[in-house]
Design a protein around this ligand. Structure first.
Ligand SMILES: [Zn+2]
Length: 1178
């Protein structure tokens, strides 16, 4: 045997690969991706004499002590037959007709500018494109600027609003609606004016019933909903709420009782009977201001959160009797303390708001929002019974606020979530109606697809879009969709049907290339159809012709998923494939760091042991007996070791490549194998790897060459695939992509802070482009003991649609379970490869911005080397024309991808939205959870190019504008002292505050640079459910759990004041699960849960709860297991004993409280938002 012989297997490299230049999305007029794939690996594409030489490259030697038997690539080996055989078998399910289609087939010529296809990459093919004959909608014409997805400029600043001086006067108060907010306006409208907007009906039940009974195809007929009638100006908008029936809208729980609430200020009616002190009629104390609606009438608005505590800065005369302060007229805006308040610069990132000298925050010691974090406040928490007494006691008496906010009186996430569950959890969500707002992500509900994509695939910030750009700008509500194209559905919902049109392929609009969908209109007896996106009329080809019934609907309507469903798949033809050739099944390559740290921690052995069994669970297509995915193995430290695991060998063979500067793959045959065929030899390899490196002294690693090697191996095998890289340290060994330690926490809160999020070299971005071109997705498992520059190492995983997992200070005992569960989920999850996603929209709006883990070489096509079932892409839309209430707005998301069996497919999701000319309709159909998902991603991308505080200011400003616009245009006139929130957005302040004080935007002292970079990337791919629980963790009192039922104990708000010393709580945020134990918990409960006799014996280092045979233990473990199953990652379990040092960490997640890093409490932030809104309105 001579390793020299390996070289000849490199033949495929030596062969020029005709014309393939990567993954060029030249869809629009042959636009080229900026010189991506040529330079780096040009040598591999062309003849490479050096590589074909039989002599081994330098440093390429068989290691000692590893068996090398036989010639791994003997001339008579089975290689030539092996791959084709496998491929042939796997291709069987493909339509033979498609496979045989030559490149010149007619279907190909349809490939035009609008195509979502990533296949045609040869330059020759591109030149054939009849681009001139394919007119394209001007609005969607791409700009020639290529914008890498990750590093786009921060978006345009919110439209600047008038610059306003600060009027803090009168900030104090309004009536707070305690408890059941009055059936007020904010939400009242949505139900009390149901008939106003035809197709939108907040009262879902009737609508569902009528739809399902009549089986009306909702979407095909665009006139099916009456256009929303114009509502009169804002005042009248609110009126129906008073006269209307009690709300039955799903989302409006409190609306059920239209009891005029006592106008208490944050003082719950229960605790403060109206008779206390002054009479507390539901009316204003004192005379109403002109234009102020007396709140004694049921006009008080449900979301009027008032009783914001007076600003300490507002010195001056008492504002009247205490009660009057609640609703009283704003004090004159001339308090001395305000005189120096500078004009506020709104919006633009360029205009950083200056210091605000006289503004000291709602309370002393609280942060100046958006500017430098205040010194950590004393860890004093908000006590509902004594709001912020410690600080206030130091103030002159006249500055003391006279009113407290009852935390129970401000909008509660728990209440909103519970109400939605109760109102919408019992009935299925039927997608037949345009513009329906789905139940919240926290509600369990069944979806029935009747023409629009399930909210599991697409969620929107609003389901009723302003008709004009001006209106959209006025409201500042971002128009965005969070799309999860390959989302996993619950077992009781059917996955998308696969439609096979055979050789002709899917039917598309001639002009914009939109795919056939329920919104296309068949005309002329069915001989043509008019495109719902661009209005172009296209001939129906004979094979697709069908007669129309008397309603104009095709008689095969229900037989064709693409006519009747919101989501479905098409089998793609060869013209959707690279080089018009059907793809090979993808491959998985496992690449294991075997440097000193990895070996010593037991990690290498653990991975190898796990892989032995995990390889039996590779993703399979439907009913296939075994997975089509081939596997390969590499280990590395400063050099790379490739393994030949061909089934015909007696022992695995290792080939070492130490010339990491010019990475190549030393073997082709035998590197990627079928698991079942090579099982024995794979197991042998996995047994030997830990032994081989057991005594290693090598501490240095390379990183970029590892990715290059994996990518080259996939390229050589002509397939897409995924690299699983297990890596432990900063790659400082001499090699391309070598990094230095540039961590510097001193940069935090400076203008250079953004560099901490940026990669330290552009090398990895270029590498990522090459990977995307090959369909090489990278999943990275990190096990750092110190800084390893996640911001740089994460570039390739991020831009290839991959995932990063991080296990800092990995320890076998405590982290093994979490890592193995993550690895199992990651290996087994459904994933599409070599994917391109295009979002088409009807005329009037278009997709302008994209957020997530992917790569873009033009402005429209989202390229994903891999896309798994947990990844989302958030897409923002902007107007480029007017929309109409009649036709609404349509989205079509088309994802072209290669399945795990190597089948090329198109997954189509369609969604129809309403359009409105009244702002109230917009605000009534918003989804705050989705809005937060968008805002968080917007902000997290913003920190790459902007100071963090600028990003925070922008977020605050935009949300203040959203709420001010509502107040100005949609709410009934009322005291300026009242904070009025739209029903659908009443949680916007609390959730926004959670985003603002998250680790990325306001890090605590214990948060590392790597943690921040990690979180930043993680959030960028999260779906709405994940961002929801990540920013506002779920907190459950375990001791209140009913051990005899399947139900969960009712969640409580994430605040320390909600915790009782006698109880045990669970808090989860998608990454961690905390079990908090109060000091006074009954001993029997401790015994039952932890198996120890007392509080002091509980170990805080437990990573799992002991398995004990008692109902309480079983119940708690089942809850944790259930939560683990709901999350895409295995959460780390952390036991926190009250008053223990870990409690600091736990408190960080009690997001309604002040944070140690200066983040505001919910109450304080609400006050601040109120002030901002008032500034905008004044
Ligand atoms: Zn069209």
């Amino acid at each position: 045997m001579s390793v020299n012989q390996q070289a000849h297997t490199g033949l495929p490299y030596g062969q020029p690969q005709p014309g393939y230049q990567g993954y060029q999305q030249s869809g629009y007029g042959g636009q080229q991706m900026p010189g991506v794939h040529q330079s780096q690996y040009g040598a591999y594409n062309g003849p490479m004499p050096g590589y074909q030489q039989p002599a081994p490259p330098q440093g390429y030697f068989p290691p000692l002590g590893f068996p090398l038997k036989g010639s791994p690539a003997s001339p008579n080996s089975d290689t030539p037959a092996l791959a084709p055989n496998i491929l042939g078998a796997l291709r069987a399910p493909l339509p033979t007709s498609g496979a045989a289609v030559p490149a010149a087939q007619p279907a190909y010529s349809q490939f035009g500018q609008g195509d979502v296809q990533n296949g045609i990459t040869s330059s020759a093919v591109q030149m054939q494109r009849p681009s001139a004959s394919q007119p394209f909608i001007p609005g969607t014409a791409p700009t020639p600027v290529s914008q890498p997805a990750t590093f786009q400029q921060y978006g345009p600043p919110p439209t600047s609003v008038q610059q306003l001086t600060n009027h803090m006067a009168g900030m104090q108060i309004g009536s707070s609606t305690s408890a059941p907010p009055p059936a007020g306006l904010g939400y009242g409208l949505s139900t009390s004016v149901p008939s106003a907007s035809g197709s939108f009906t907040a009262t879902g039940s009737g609508l569902y019933a009528s739809y399902s009974s009549s089986q009306t195809p909702p979407s095909v007929n665009m006139s099916h909903g009456l256009p929303p009638t114009s509502l009169s100006p804002s005042l009248s908008l609110t009126q129906p709420a008073f006269s209307g029936p009690p709300m039955s809208a799903q989302r409006l729980p409190q609306a059920a009782s239209v009891v005029p609430p006592p106008c208490s200020t944050g003082i719950g009616p229960s605790s403060y009977p109206p008779t206390a002190g002054a009479p507390r009629p539901p009316t204003i104390q004192g005379s109403p201001l002109p234009g102020q609606v007396p709140t004694g009438l049921p006009t008080s608005q449900p979301n009027h959160v008032s009783s914001l505590p007076p600003h300490p800065a507002m010195s001056g005369p008492p504002l009247g009797p205490p009660m009057a302060g609640l609703q009283g007229p704003p004090p004159p805006p001339t308090y001395p303390s305000q005189s120096g308040y500078p004009v506020q610069q709104n919006g633009s990132f360029g205009q950083v708001r200056g210091p605000q000298p006289n503004y000291v925050g709602p309370y002393p010691g609280t942060p100046n929002y958006g500017s430098q974090p205040a010194p950590p406040p004393p860890p004093k928490r908000l006590d509902p019974d004594s709001i912020p007494s410690p600080q206030l006691s130091e103030l002159p008496p006249q500055q003391k606020p006279r009113h407290r906010i009852d935390p129970d009186a401000i909008p509660s996430p728990i209440q909103v979530i519970e109400d939605d569950k109760n109102n919408r959890g019992s009935e299925p969500f039927i997608t037949g109606t345009r513009g329906q707002v789905p139940p919240l992500v926290t509600t369990n509900f069944l979806v029935k697809d009747q023409g629009n994509a399930s909210p599991r695939y697409i969620r929107c910030t609003s389901y009723n879009i302003p008709c004009t750009s001006d209106m959209a700008k006025q409201s500042q509500v971002p128009l965005a969709a969070v799309i999860k194209p390959l989302a996993t559905l619950p077992t009781n919902e059917a996955p998308p049907y696969l439609v096979d049109h055979g050789e002709p392929g899917p039917l598309r609009c001639n002009r914009c290339k939109a795919y056939m969908c329920p919104f296309m209109q068949f005309i002329e007896g069915g001989r043509r159809f008019q495109c719902c996106f661009c209005s172009c009329v296209t001939e129906v080809p004979p094979h697709y012709f069908q007669h129309l019934d008397h309603t104009g609907r095709r008689v095969d309507f229900y037989d064709r998923p693409e006519l009747s469903l919101g989501s479905y798949e098409f089998l793609a033809t060869a013209s959707y494939c690279k080089n018009n050739k059907f793809p090979n099944p993808p491959a998985f390559i496992f690449m294991i760091d075997v440097s000193y740290n990895a070996v010593k921690s037991g990690l290498v052995r653990l991975i190898c042991e796990e892989l032995k069994s995990l390889l039996d669970y590779l993703p399979r297509e439907g009913n296939m007996e075994e997975s089509a995915i081939r596997v390969g193995f590499v280990t590395y430290n400063k050099v790379l070791h490739f393994y030949n695991v061909k089934s015909s060998l007696a022992q695995p063979q290792m080939m070492v490549v130490s010339d990491v500067a010019d990475m190549f793959v030393p073997l082709l045959d035998g590197f990627l194998v079928n698991v079942n065929e090579s099982r024995t030899i794979i197991v042998s390899l996995l047994d030997q790897i830990p032994e081989m490196f057991a005594d290693t002294r090598e501490t240095e690693t390379v990183f970029a060459p590892v990715i290059q090697a994996g990518m080259e191996a996939l390229k050589a095998a002509e397939c897409a695939g995924k690299l699983f890289i297990f890596h432990t340290s900063l790659p400082i060994a001499e090699a391309p992509g070598k990094l230095k330690n540039r961590d510097d926490r001193k940069l935090i809160n400076t203008d250079k802070e953004k560099t901490l999020f940026q990669p330290q070299t552009s090398f990895y971005s270029n590498l990522a482009k090459d990977c995307v071109a090959q369909g090489c997705c990278v999943d990275l498992f990190l096990f750092p003991n110190q800084y390893l520059d996640v911001a740089t190492l994460g570039v390739v995983p991020y831009q290839t649609g991959g995932s990063i997992y991080k296990y800092t200070y990995f320890q076998l005992e405590t982290d093994q379970e979490r890592f193995l569960n993550d690895l199992r989920k990651d290996v087994q999850k459904e994933v599409g490869f070599d994917a391109v996603m295009r979002v088409r929209t009807s005329t009037g709006i278009r997709a302008t911005d994209f957020f997530g883990a992917f790569y873009m070489s033009n402005t429209t096509d989202v390229e994903l080397a891999g896309l798994d079932c947990d990844k989302t892409i958030t897409v923002e839309f902007k107007h480029d024309d007017k929309l109409s209430e009649d036709s609404g707005a349509l989205l079509q998301c088309a994802l072209l991808y290669t399945s795990c069996a190597g089948q090329r497919r198109l997954r189509i999701h369609n969604l129809s939205l309403n359009c409105c000319t009244q702002l109230a309709d917009l605000y009534r159909n918003c989804e705050t959870d989705t809005l937060i998902n968008y805002l968080a991603k917007f902000a997290y991308r913003g920190v790459l190019n902007n100071p963090v505080k600028t990003v925070r200011d922008t977020l605050i400003n935009q949300c203040a504008q959203i709420l001010a616009c509502y107040r100005k245009n949609c709410a009934s006139p009322s005291s300026a002292g009242q904070l009025i929130l739209p029903e659908c957005m009443k949680l916007l302040p609390v959730y926004l505050n959670c985003v603002l004080k998250s680790d990325v935007l306001q890090p605590g002292a214990e948060v590392t640079t790597d943690d921040r970079a990690y979180i930043r990337q993680l959030v960028s791919s999260m779906d709405v459910a994940e961002t929801n629980v990540f920013f506002y963790p779920r907190l459950l009192p375990l001791t209140k759990a009913d051990v005899d039922s399947d139900t969960l104990p009712a969640a409580i708000r994430s605040s320390e004041e909600r915790l009782s010393k006698g109880d045990i709580y669970l808090l989860e945020n998608g990454l961690n699960v905390f079990v908090w134990v109060g000091v006074n918990v009954q001993q029997s409960l401790i015994q039952n849960l932890f198996g120890v006799s007392s509080f002091s014996h509980i170990s805080s280092t437990l990573s799992t709860l002991p398995v004990l045979e008692n109902p309480f233990s079983k119940k708690v473990r089942s809850i944790i297991d259930m939560f683990q199953a709901q999350r895409s990652r295995h959460m780390k379990l952390i036991i926190v004993k009250q008053e223990d040092k870990l409690e600091m960490l736990f408190r960080h997640f009690l997001v309604e409280d002040k944070s140690m890093s200066g983040g505001a409490s919910y109450v304080d932030f609400l006050c601040h938002m109120h002030k901002e809104i008032r500034q905008l309105l004044s």
